[in-house]
Design a protein around this ligand. Structure first.
Ligand SMILES: [Zn+2]
Ligand SMILES: [Zn+2]
Length: 403
């Protein structure tokens, strides 16, 4: 009995020591001092260590819009300064922009596949970054498809065609360079193939099983660390084989079929197809993770609220009980050999873009780019508006020594 009490007391002590440390981030030493922060990452306030990766969930939701959760986007920042966007799903750019990273550092995008919830906000990164400080082209890596018209190069070519009016009108007043997009298309069937290798960063691709031929998963390797970005996929042999030994493994875990019926308005037949064949059920996600045994597992791709979270967690726990995050937007993981720490980003709603080290290129010289305004439209110019703003323009020109 004495022994049991001793063990019990020891357990309480351990809980108090570590429980406190985990809950508060450390002791507060003084009423006027700082409180150690365990929960929060404030963008731009922490140096990233050389051998560290910071991964930020900028979108974790679904194709249908929800203010609380954008569609898929993960930003990986590695200790050498390089940054990589993995997918750029609808709505995710508001979270990316709130990190206040210069747009020149956000010029590398890796697309897992071409569903809108994985690249729907490319337009915002493309045009928004063009107006807000990116000085060079956007670089995109993405898979081929079964036919040419199902691949990333085709998609981006026609994206630029669809936004022709946008590009032509901006070209007249901005440098055309940041409006360009370069595409590196790679074989969607390639197995653990290197598609990027620069500055000690390696990115590999794996085939994925999702909706049609084309989708892939990515593996990011840096400083002996391995992060797997699953994209959308049913559990597959490639992920099981190559995601093993991952430090952080992201894999989708979809809404349960009952919740798809209850909350997403799907018919039972559709819910079962979508929730267990095109996507990954919580039980199947758990089986993947208990098989590959990552240091930390991340499930995403569902509207995460108390009810759905609990339903998914219950399903996952049937087959996996290791370290787990069920992701929401602005969740952040600092990954190093020592630890994987999950926190939340706290960022402003009204962030401005931040200037980077490169000087913005000059707009095109007069006469080199066609004027998108015709004489007909120019003739509608209302002279009283010119008069009304004349004094303000004079003052501005004086201040900036303009002719
Ligand atoms: Zn998809
Ligand atoms: Zn998706």
């Amino acid at each position: 009995m004495k022994k049991i009490i001793r063990v019990f007391t020891l357990l309480i002590c351990v809980f108090l020591i570590y429980g406190n440390a985990i809950a508060a981030g450390g002791d507060v030493k003084s009423p006027t001092g700082t409180a150690p922060d365990r929960y929060v990452y404030y963008p731009g306030t922490e140096e990233l260590k050389k051998d560290e990766i910071r991964l930020i969930a900028c979108g974790t939701g679904l194709p249908a819009a929800r203010r609380d959760q954008a569609a898929t986007c993960f930003l990986a920042e590695v200790g050498n300064g390089d940054k990589f966007l993995f997918d750029i799903g609808t709505g995710s750019m508001v979270n990316v922009a709130a990190l206040m990273i210069p747009y020149d550092f956000l010029n590398k995008v890796f697309l897992t596949h071409l569903h809108t919830d994985h690249w729907g906000d490319l337009a915002t990164l493309w045009a928004g970054g063009w107006t807000a400080g990116r000085t060079g082209p956007l670089r995109i890596w993405g898979p081929t498809g079964a036919t040419e018209d199902m691949g990333t190069a085709y998609a981006v070519e026609h994206f630029l065609k669809a936004y022709n009016w946008d590009a032509k009108t901006r070209n007249f007043v901005l440098s055309p360079k940041p409006g360009e997009i370069t595409v590196k298309e790679f074989d969607y069937k390639a197995e653990n193939a290197v598609i990027y290798q620069e500055n000690d960063v390696t990115i590999k691709t794996l085939p994925a099983i999702h909706a049609g031929d084309g989708p892939v998963s990515f593996i990011l390797e840096y400083a002996g660390l391995k992060v797997v970005i699953g994209g959308d996929t049913f559990p597959n042999k490639w992920y099981i084989k190559y995601a093993v030994n991952a430090d952080l493994a992201i894999h989708e875990t979809f809404l349960t079929p009952p919740d798809l019926v209850k909350f997403y308005g799907q018919s039972p037949g559709q819910a079962l197809g979508v929730g267990t064949q095109i996507h990954t059920s919580p039980q199947a996600f758990g089986k993947v993770m208990s098989t590959i045994k990552p240091r930390h597992a991340v499930g995403y791709h569902f509207f995460n609220e108390q009810g759905t979270h609990d339903d998914i967690l219950r399903g996952v726990l049937e087959t996996y009980n290791g370290p787990l995050s069920l992701a929401v937007d602005n969740m952040v993981w600092n990954i190093s050999k020592d630890a994987i720490v999950e926190r939340m980003v706290v960022s402003p709603d009204q962030a401005w873009s931040v200037a980077g080290p490169n000087k913005p290129p000059d707009p095109p010289a007069k006469g080199t780019v066609p004027d998108p305004l015709s004489d007909f439209i120019k003739a509608g110019h209302w002279k009283l508006a010119d008069e009304a703003q004349a004094e303000m323009i004079k003052e501005f020109k004086k201040e900036y020594n303009m002719k």
